[in-house]
Design a protein around this ligand. Structure first.
Ligand code: SIN
Ligand code: MN
Length: 271
């Protein structure tokens, strides 16, 4: 399911592109079922909101569930990812941000590549995030905000909030993000780029670039806003081995090149 030439150009120009109806309802039900099971497992890869009880995110889900492992090879995710990167890719991150009804907290303004470059040593921003809506995303339940075209700024120097201990990866995924853009930087960007908040039905997929400036508000609505995000990295853009790697559920060590598998095989219930 490659992007048309027009959609591909849109991605290059805006730093993101939305593909509606990329997944069937029965596929979404199977994914939600697996996510529901994983959310019951109390371990470090399950990150909570500041209240200490609401689930904020589940990380590395593909490393713990066979169906979710196959999902990264689904044609609706992998083919556009290979297309925009222009070559072979592997899975860098796999997470579900749950943004619970009434309690889901903010994601401050940031660029993803600031984390991948500074924390992991990713050489170039030759990656892409594919965000699948598991719920309908509306103006009310905390949609992502993008600064359209801001990926062209490159990686903007940004303030670094130091967690300071061996568990500092936690602030990379919290509402007090390690790398954030300042109000002054956002004022400047606002004078040059327009805001967008892609919305859509469950089953839509948004592809967005590593340096696209984005964030999201809290969810005070009665509807959850679950999104599943697979980040693909170019196979020739692997970070150098680090002395202090972030946990594997947050940054996967390179596997081989991913190959597309037919969607019905992705969702086959194997013995
Ligand atoms: C969100 O889920 O609203 C933010 C996702 C991200 O910044 O990666
Ligand atoms: Mn992000």
């Amino acid at each position: 399911m490659l992007l048309s030439t027009e959609r591909h150009k849109e991605y290059e120009r805006d730093g993101y592109v939305v593909v509606a109806d990329a997944f069937f309802p029965h596929e979404l039900n199977l994914i939600r079922q697996r996510i529901g099971e994983l959310s019951k497992v109390d371990d470090e890869s399950r990150v909570l909101e500041r209240d200490g009880r609401t689930i904020r995110a589940l990380h590395g889900c593909d490393q713990r569930d066979a169906l979710l492992a196959r999902l990264v090879c689904h044609p609706s995710l992998l083919e556009p990812a290979q297309q925009v990167i222009g070559g072979e890719v592997y899975t860098y991150q796999f997470k579900v941000n749950t943004k619970a009804a009434f309690r889901g907290d903010v994601w401050p303004w940031h660029q993803d590549y600031a984390f991948w470059k500074n924390e992991d040593g990713m050489p170039e921003p030759r990656a892409v995030s594919a965000m699948l809506f598991l719920d309908d995303v509306t103006e009310f339940n905390g949609p992502l905000y993008f600064m359209t075209g801001s990926h062209r700024e490159g990686c903007i120097p940004q303030s670094h909030l130091d967690g300071g201990d061996h568990d500092r990866w936690r602030s990379d995924v919290s509402a007090d993000l390690t790398y954030q853009l300042s109000e002054q930087q956002m004022l400047d960007l606002t004078s040059r780029y327009e805001l967008a908040a892609p919305k859509g039905a469950a089953g839509s997929v948004v592809f967005f670039a590593p340096n696209l400036v984005h964030g999201s508000p809290s969810n005070i609505s009665a509807s959850s806003r679950r999104v599943l995000i697979v980040t693909y990295n170019a196979l020739d853009n692997i970070p150098k081995p680090s002395e202090h790697p972030r946990p594997e559920f947050l940054v996967a060590r390179p596997s081989g090149a991913l190959a597309v598998i037919p969607r019905e095989v992705c969702f086959a219930v194997l013995p």
